[in-house]
Design a protein around this ligand. Structure first.
Ligand code: DAH
Length: 353
């Protein structure tokens, strides 16, 4: 077919498509003037070209009718309930849609420092077990010598759940890792009594308290509990163990202060504080203007706690401690606000890569 005829067909096709788009009733395209003009033209086409032109016209008509059908299909789809799940492939890799820049991450400083601390205790002969985040009233309080309605329960600002434990008291979001003392002692008591093997455990875990938040207080933080029980264990053993641990962690001798304190589960009880590295004894908001930062509570395990875990306090003695080790990380790296840790701020976290 001659080029000029081909051109005619192709420009008619463009015109028909534009008309088709504009039509409400798509089938009206068959009544279009463009078609009529083309068909009227047939008689003027030279004989040797006529059949080719006629065929091309029929093809064009068939093609336009196909497009009319496609419009019908899409209209039907418009009225169907749209099944999004069929179109959305949630398993498709994100980066096939959006190319996000991916950097190499690193362990969170709390986790890497916890590993560090556990390794130091391991080198000193301690085993490790993780604490529970949800616990019952017995392990949070009673087994630690806080009888029901003991006023010291209030000091722990404990979050409670609406679910009840076996004794019909609310389950708690553990406010201390000491919750594990009774379990660990019970589990290892036999080995101590029969084989004379001291109970030496550290217990890291996440704890929760209803705190007023400030540079030193978070509602969610980490502690590491320590327990050592054998025969003839004394306060001197406790202080020396903690001093050794602190020197290993800070890689230097730090100035430490022991002061008497009260915990129901230790007798005597102490608090261990370290000199504030932020204000060089001038006092600042980090140390509450006292020049000391309280790092841990400790003491000699109360006879009632040993008895409740089925050990004879006349024969066995031991010490325990609980370290809020996020404070230790703050001191080591000069971090002025505990809230940075869980702020999710990359600028903060990347410093520990
Ligand atoms: N559980 C205490 C707290 O969270 C810390 C503590 C004090 C742990 C004395 C102990 C201990 O094991 O003996 O404040």
């Amino acid at each position: 077919m001659k080029d000029e005829l081909k051109k005619k067909i192709s420009s008619a096709k463009d015109a028909l498509r534009i008309e088709l788009n504009a039509l409400d009733n798509k089938e009206d395209i068959l009544k279009s003037k463009t078609f009529k003009t083309l068909f009227d033209e047939i008689k003027n086409i030279p004989l040797d070209q006529r059949s080719l032109f006629g065929k091309a016209l029929n093809d064009l008509k068939a093609q336009i009718l196909e497009e009319v059908d496609q419009f019908k299909d899409t209209n039907l789809n418009d009225h169907k309930d749209i099944d999004v799940s069929a179109d959305l492939d949630i398993n498709q890799p994100h980066d096939s849609l959006i190319k996000l820049e991916a950097g190499v991450g690193s362990a969170h400083p709390v986790m890497s420092e916890m590993d560090n601390i556990l390794n130091i205790f391991k080198s000193m002969g301690f085993n490790a077990i993780e604490s529970y985040e949800i616990d019952d009233d017995y392990h949070m309080f009673e087994s630690l010598n806080f009888p029901l309605d003991h006023p010291a329960r209030d000091d722990f600002d404990t979050f409670v759940l609406s679910s009840l434990d076996q004794s019909k008291r609310p389950l708690v979001a553990a406010a201390q890792t000491s919750t594990m003392q009774n379990r660990v002692i019970k589990k290892n008591a036999d080995d101590l009594v029969k084989n004379n093997k001291p109970i030496a455990y550290v217990i890291p875990g996440r704890v929760f308290r209803k705190e007023d938040l400030d540079a030193r207080h978070e509602h969610t933080f980490y502690q590491i509990e320590g327990i050592y029980i054998s025969k003839k264990v004394t306060v001197a053993n406790l202080i020396d163990t903690l001093r050794q641990f602190m020197s290993a962690y800070f890689n230097k001798e730090v100035e430490l202060k022991t002061q008497p304190f009260y915990f129901p589960f230790t007798e005597p009880s102490f608090e261990f504080a370290v000199s504030c590295p932020f204000c060089a004894k001038g006092g600042c908001n980090i140390c509450s203007y006292s020049s000391w930062i309280e790092l841990l509570g400790c003491g000699m395990i109360h006879p009632n706690v040993l008895k409740m875990a089925s050990l004879d306090p006349m024969e066995y003695t031991g010490f325990a401690f609980g370290i809020g080790f996020m404070r230790m990380i703050m001191i080591k790296y000069n971090i002025e606000d505990i809230r940075h840790f869980f702020s999710g701020k990359l600028d903060f976290l990347r410093q520990f890569n």
